[in-house]
Design a protein around this ligand. Sequence first.
Ligand SMILES: CC(C)(COP(=O)(O)OP(=O)(O)OC[C@H]1O[C@@H](n2cnc3c(N)ncnc32)[C@H](O)[C@@H]1OP(=O)(O)O)[C@@H](O)C(=O)NCCC(=O)NCCS
Length: 155
Amino acid sequence: MAESDLDDMTALLSDPEVMRHYPAPQSRKEAEDWITWNVRNYAEHGFGLWIIELTDGTFIGDCGLTVQDVEGERLVEVGYHVCAAWQGRGLATEAATAVRNAARDAGMPHLVAIIRPANRPSQRVAQKLGLRLERRIVNNGGEDLVFGADLQALP
Ligand SMILES: CC(C)(COP(=O)(O)OP(=O)(O)OC[C@H]1O[C@@H](n2cnc3c(N)ncnc32)[C@H](O)[C@@H]1OP(=O)(O)O)[C@@H](O)C(=O)NCCC(=O)NCCS
């Protein structure tokens, strides 16, 4: 993800359909901040959310790793957002599986996905990655489900 992705990332993050489980769709300025945050994460952690694209360069969305605070614990989360027009074709699962495998191969011990109870497609993707419901937490005034797995124990 880089500054040059701003038009695509604004289209993705300003779409009410894509952001329906978030507090609100994001503005162009917020999409710019999102890119800046990920570029900083690449430098600080060696990972962040990356761009998902087809082999011909068509923009699909983003997927990758971020550090999240879960009840005071710093945990690594797999995240994914796919343009509405490209959902339902297995692309989030394909991208997130590659991210999970890279995290496992790099020796990361544990991976989580923090998901709203109503977000069934995201829970399904997490389950297909081998993540299982570990706990329920209160986050930003609502309940979140924390799916997770010990990566080194996965087949
Ligand atoms: C979550 C998201 C990334 C999934 O992307 P995708 O490319 O459509 O995902 P996939 O096609 O790989 O898999 C989706 C799975 O959810 C299932 N699904 C879709 N709608 C569903 C529903 N309403 N209820 C239950 N399962 C559903 C699909 O059937 C599929 O599972 P299957 O392969 O077992 O059939 C996409 O819906 C999205 O961008 N949502 C908005 C952003 C978001 O909420 N991100 C996650 C934040 S935690």
